[in-house]
Design a protein around this ligand. Structure first.
Ligand SMILES: *Cc1c(COP(=O)(O)O)cnc(C)c1O
Length: 361
């Protein structure tokens, strides 16, 4: 067996220790005589797994008591609809930042339910390479909420600050940056994230929602799109994604063991800084993103000669560095370096890039 360094943007690498623990428990979880996949979600075994996972996530993120944590399905993409359906509360418009591909998708979905007021649009010549300066944005005082994407996974553009929206609820699509560092959850009305980047396997979606915002779903909305239904039933209104929930719990326990998000944040910053430094120091690789908003998690880069892209990918694969192809809308390469990507993996990539440049530049 040979484990590669997997730079996939999502579904992404999981910590090897977590996979080994899942492997050890797969046939017989804690003497239950069955795997977690085969258990009733209402049995005491799974209930204990679910409760422990939530408790660990609350501890790791320091989630205040007045927030509910929901373990849902439907991906971040379902939240693009659930957010307006639950947060409009009779209002007719919401403010959105437009900073990349994922915020564009959130905007398109919100437009089905309300007027979308674009408070900032950073697209220039078809590209997104920056975020608005802190404090430069004016919000509509009648907005039901403000939505933004703290990390644009495809473009590798990340906010280094949390926008101050005053009393207007702030909603964040944290799919690709949740758990990458410490944050102050109390600044947010809702945080949501598909699991497959930095939490666990695909199929699980985590929603952290302030409890005073629950219970106002738009009339006619499906029950499955009502936060109140899920909150009241502890995310077990219907069958939850049990195995994903369990694996996410193993990841939260792993994070605690690693020193939590303070330690993770330091490692992630160091990983990102050394990769950007290597790119900037070379005349062969380039990253188009403004310095103040370069993502710690998704690092896009281009080669001086795009004709070498296929060779780069093939040679990288030979040495165990895989899934480096950039998103088709951006081109070039993208290295996603979430929590599960070790510093050794980033070092190996940097060394390979230097060697490739020497041979091909
Ligand atoms: C991956 C991603 C999504 C889409 O997530 P799904 O779980 O596939 O719906 C949305 N937003 C961001 C920022 C993402 O990275």
């Amino acid at each position: 067996m040979r484990r590669v360094f997997n730079f996939s943007a999502g579904p992404a690498a999981l910590p090897q220790e977590v996979l080994e623990k899942a492997q050890a428990e797969i046939l017989d979880w804690h003497d239950a005589g069955m795997s977690v996949m085969e258990m009733s979600h209402r049995g005491k075994e799974f209930m204990s797994i679910a409760a422990q996972a939530e408790a660990d996530l609350r501890e790791v993120m320091a989630i205040p008591d007045n927030y509910k944590v929901l373990f849902l399905q439907g991906g971040a993409s379902s939240q693009f609809a659930m957010v307006p359906l639950n947060l409009l509360r009779g209002k007719t418009s919401a403010d959105y930042y437009r900073t990349g591909s994922w915020s564009k998708k959130a905007i398109a979905e919100a437009k089905r339910y309300c007027d979308v007021n674009i408070v900032a649009d950073t697209e220039t010549g078809g590209k997104f390479t920056t975020v608005p300066e802190e404090g430069s944005v004016t919000f509509n005082p009648d907005a039901a909420y403000v939505h933004y994407t703290p990390n644009e996974t495809i473009e590798g553009v990340e906010f280094s600050y949390v926008p101050d929206t005053g009393d207007i609820p702030l909603v964040a699509d944290m799919s690709s940056t949740i758990l990458s560092r410490q944050i102050d959850v109390s600044r947010f009305a809702i945080i949501y994230a598909g699991a497959q980047k930095n939490i666990g396997p695909a199929g699980l979606t985590i929603v952290i929602v302030r409890d005073d915002l629950i219970g106002n779903v738009k009339e006619g909305a499906p029950a499955m799109f009502d936060y109140a239904v899920h909150a009241k039933n502890d995310s077990m209104y219907n069958t939850p994604p049990t195995y994903g929930w369990y694996l996410a719990g193993l990841v939260f326990a792993w994070l605690k063991e690693k020193g939590g998000l303070a330690a993770m944040g330091e490692i992630n910053q160091r990983k990102a800084e050394k990769l950007y430094a290597a790119i900037d120091a070379s005349g062969f690789y380039a990253n188009p993103v403004a310095n103040h908003c370069r993502s710690w998690m998704n690092v896009p880069f281009t080669l001086a000669n795009a004709d070498l892209d296929a060779t780069f990918l093939a040679e990288a694969k030979e040495v165990g560095l895989v899934t480096l192809k950039g998103h088709r809308s951006v081109g070039g390469m993208r290295a996603s370096i979430y929590n599960a990507m070790s510093e050794a993996g980033v070092d190996a990539l940097i060394a390979f890039m230097a060697d490739f440049e020497k041979r091909h530049a």
